[in-house]
Write a protein that binds this ligand. Sequence first.
Ligand code: GUN
Ligand code: ZN
Length: 427
Amino acid sequence: MEILLGQVLRYAGDPMVEGPGAARHDRHGAVAIEAGRIVDLGPAEAVLARFPQARRTDLGARLISAGFVDAHVHYPQTAIIASWGKRLIDWLNTYTFPEEMRFADPAYAAEIASRYLDLALAHGTTSMCSYATIHSSSVDAFMGEAARRGMRALAGRTCMDRDTAPAGLRDSAQAAYDESKSLLTRWHGRDRLGYVITPRFSPTSTPDQLLALGSLWAEHPECLMQTHLSEQVDEIAWVKSLYPAARDYLDTYETFGLLGENGVYGHAIHLEPREIARLREVGAGLAHCPTSNSFIGSGLFDTAGLSAAGLRIGLATDTGGGSSFSMLRTMAAAYEIGQLRRGALHPAALWYLATLGAAQVLRIDHAVGNIAVGMEADLIAVDLASTPAIAQRAERAGDVWEALFPTIMMGDDRAIAGVWVAGRRMK
Ligand code: GUN
Ligand code: ZN
């Protein structure tokens, strides 16, 4: 057994709904880990008294939290992050699709999967839900590398069969069904992994392919389904021209069985009232990708409004449309976009969206995203004075939120002093 000593931050409720009082903070706290799980927590003195023989790791004033959970990422876009000057459709055609073609080579897929997971862990992200490419071996590469690190990770084969996607990245309705099913059988529930049914978005699939993946989901409702929704105004107009009978963008999924409570819809910026009502009615999850939404010029997601409307929201990098691997940087972008909409998101809410909120959207909140007895020990230790600029501001802090907020706004991987995956130290 190992006992981590430091400040401890965890959640007893949802601060988006209940306010910052939903968070629990112990200035001198402890988390006890055994066999990859959290077995005890509380004030340091009490935990140490219960387990006097345990090995101790004293993290001083560092903040122990659940590891970050990234609700939507494209690991194959790792090497093209920060590509200049395009909006969504041009960005896909110019940078993304050519890079995804390279994943026909399984060795390249393995190299990038490994690079991505190392970067994610260095930034404190211990779980994520990733798109792969059309190549089934790109899923195998990601799952294999995640399993080697012992991570709880989710991914799926990104299906496209329409001539809006380049020939090298297209399959068919039947191939999408068959390959996705075979990957699902191979990976879902193995180790800590989950398979995610993944039609990229309705403009790159035929109705036949959406229908085929909708029936696969009906056969496997235990799996997540992820896709993109209402990201950019030009994209929405494109969807309307390709699906003239659809009531709105969401309807292109709903019609083919791709709307449900285990659905994760990325971006969801320019939603119609009917779409918001349906998403809420079925209990679907949204992935908020704030750095991407600014970087590609997509728009301002309404975190406060959609949360108040009863939608589940998780934070996401959307690397490499997103401009950072850091969930800290992503929280900062969410804060800034919040300010441009309805107002300030509290640090307790930002942290929640990047941990337990994202875990709930991914349906892994029974296992990760919080610190509680019985949960898996995916943890980070955050240095709240990781740079001189952050340190001098944090020094003035009157409470934990004021101490944490400079790290949210200005922090990066230098703030991540320790990372544990299933109790094993990775950084
Ligand atoms: N819409 C369809 N594919 C993508 C993608 O790879 N990134 C982003 N940001 N939006 C998309
Ligand atoms: Zn995406």
